[in-house]
Write a protein that binds this ligand. Sequence first.
Ligand code: AHR
Length: 303
Amino acid sequence: ATAVGCGSSGGDQTVLGFSQVGAESGWRTANTKSIQDAAAAAGIQLKFADAQQKQENQIKAIRTFIQQRVDVIAFSPVVASGWDTVLKEAKDAKIPVILTDRAVDSADTSLYVTFLGSDFVEEGRRAANWLVDATKNSTDTVNIAELQGTTGSAPATDRKKGFQEVIGADPKFKIIASQTAEFTRAKGKEVMQAFLAAHRDINVLYAHNDDMALGAIQAIEEAGLKPGKDIKIISIDGTRDAFQAMADGKINVVVECNPLLGPKLMEITKEVVAGHPTPKRIVTDEGVYTQDQAAAALPTRTY
Ligand code: AHR
């Protein structure tokens, strides 16, 4: 059963408090725009707070939303752990919480109404499946460098897990370097520079998002190597910039992660306010794109 919010801050208009992770990536910018545009289109008053990648800012924002008696709280948790206390406060105030994009690891699933977002473990598997297929005719060792997302975040943990699950079946795949680059382009470049200084034999880069892959491309080119050829690149998200890099032959495959969650979030918000039950998990639909599809798909990319 769904708890119905009894917020009073917006008169008849539904008020949604949304705490966003930050603005670390092209994906995130598209996600924010989707939520803001969809709220306006749905006639929902959006109270938007940017946490600048800090959990303490998200906790503060959620407490402010509780004090303001918003009807519904939604947030994309920067990390998976450490939410039980504040979510319990929302529950005690009878304000329903919707998780978007990223999950929390709370054992008590009654602390939130639903979780809308991608299956990150499956994204990791899809990334690895491409690699298994691309190397199927060779028994040579494949040395992999991995740029992880924000430490402790659901996408970083799950994308690593799904990838490992698939490549773990064949000992020819070796992750020889793996470090966080916090989902940003600047860090992606910096960490890739360090990887290249320490390892001359990287065959494949697995980046947990496009921004890190695009930063790494700069580092690879500055090192006099050809991204997409000397080092094959697997990325996740599907931003226009990544599709352009794929069309240019610099990224080999992109596993899509859909940031356009706004319309569905508004639909769920209305359902929750109306007291209707919602599924506990709503998984977004996503594909996998390779270089041969990039040029044709580029004009259709909306983020
Ligand atoms: O949680 C989704 C991830 O967060 C996206 O893959 C990444 O680009 C973003 O920062």
